[in-house]
Design a protein around this ligand. Sequence first.
Ligand code: BTN
Length: 296
Amino acid sequence: MACSEDEIRRGVVSLRELGVEILGVPGKGYRLAGRFDALDQNKLRALLKPHSPAVMIEVVDEIASTNDYLLSHAESFASGRACIAEIQTAGRGRRGRSWFAAPGASLAFSMLWRFERELDFLSGLSLAAGVAVARVLHELGAREVRLKWPNDVLYRQHKLAGILVETQGGNRSCVAVVGIGINLTLPPAVRGRIDQAVTDLAAAVPTIPGRNVLASLLLRELASVLGEFARGGFSALREEWSSLHAYQGRAVRLRGSGDEGALGRVLGVAADGALLLDTGAGEQRFYSGEISLRAA
Ligand code: BTN
């Protein structure tokens, strides 16, 4: 397909805005500053097939949100259906925030899973998904990766990955879509645009595997954890989650849990994924909100 110079220029501007480094080559045009490690559906399927035959991955170049896509097909898609995108134009984070993923320098994917249980059973599912991500990153050598309740993945207290779990309930069966975004190599321009302490996998491991290999490892582990969860709920994963807990025993402030939030010391997490805080009025359970550290 032929493109006019103007169209090419506009394309370069939008890719640069997304954090893709493109150099101008005098007299010739443009070139990528580095190698673009593209997602490849055939490669990913081949990597997944021997270990996770139930996972059916679809690779898309551009989509609004992989979570939205799977949720909109929740009635028809089978358990294990997954979608990974090079570009999300309306990626979503927790609590109404947007999620920005730099093309070629991050992974953004979602997986749908069906449970023959009532919706309440899914309490703690987002914590379980964190265990899957932490297992893979630890295997790669990122031993300092920890989990922040309910589902941030941290490396040295900076956010490395985020998880968004969305559910739909029916009569004795429900569906969850687990969306994961992970920063691999954050371009400086993108880092400056994110309003929280963030980091990337490049800071945490000596070598980052190719994006297809990494995505297959994460999808594989996620499917395995979702299977574990379907059998035993969060309680089967609670001990492991607790061993990864970034804020265990720390003094924190919890916001967005209704009322004015709460101050307390973190006691741990319950078998249903609730955060246990000693607020001074004894042990209290919280099911939503966002915690931040307080000076001791
Ligand atoms: C958060 O930490 O706020 C959660 C971020 C979740 C981002 C992922 S990227 C893939 C999937 N699709 C979305 O729109 N969001 C999740």
